[in-house]
Write a protein that binds this ligand. Sequence first.
Ligand code: PAF
Length: 280
Amino acid sequence: MTISGSIEETRKQVKEWKAQGLRVGLVPTMGYLHEGHQSLINRARKENDKVVVSIFVNPMQFGPNEDLESYPRDLDRDAKICEQEGADWIFHPEVEEMYGPDFSGYVDMNTLPEKLCGASRPVHFRGVQTVVSKLFHIIPADRAYFGQKDAQQLAIIRRMVLDLNFDIEIIGCPIIREEDGLAKSSRNIYLTDEERKQAVILNQSLEEAMKAIDAGEKDAAKIKNMIVKKINTAPLAKIDYVEVVSFNNIQPIEKIEGEVLIALAVYFGSARLLDNRIIL
Ligand code: PAF
């Protein structure tokens, strides 16, 4: 496995693989890998001949008061995990390699990023779309793998690939959870013991909502209220949002029908945790 910080070297290698007729899978990450990322690498390994993992904490997707500086980083540990999962190449550029001194372009979209996480993180998805576009140009892979925990990100990237005609298949992979149901996240390390205990409420509230939907509840507002009420029983939870939207365009819906995303973001102390259910 090679670790490279160079755009030129990485692009050259991937192009060589492609010229040999090999299929390349890309797993974009910000590092501090956990089982969720491992499952993406593992799936990419099964479906491609070569696997590239990008590890880059992208400053452009962090707002001014967010956790860019404290975001956990551990390349040695990440490299071991990538090697163990059978990755062939880690692309780990410095910020200066990705964003030169005169950098001034970005990729943005109109409506999908406005709601949910976009409402409280206004520059976030512009940063995600820009860096993911750059990664797709640097690493002309056949497939790219993203976790469904970041469901809005997945919907936005799918839309971007369609709208801008990127020649890459986007694969969404299921959320990987701790034994008690908490979705795995690099930010879970920010939780105190008590916050960690209470954070299970997120998955539990979604479980209850899904049971109600399975029993025939179609009213999106009722589902939303049910989730809010349940989360508010955890004293340390501070809701950022709970929303029931169409998965296709991230717009609010009244009835549970078609492709639906039930998404939430909740603070426990400094940790902002996401969870969701996608009904397809
Ligand atoms: O999901 C992430 O880790 C990041 O948003 C991504 C897709 C790697 C872009 O920086």
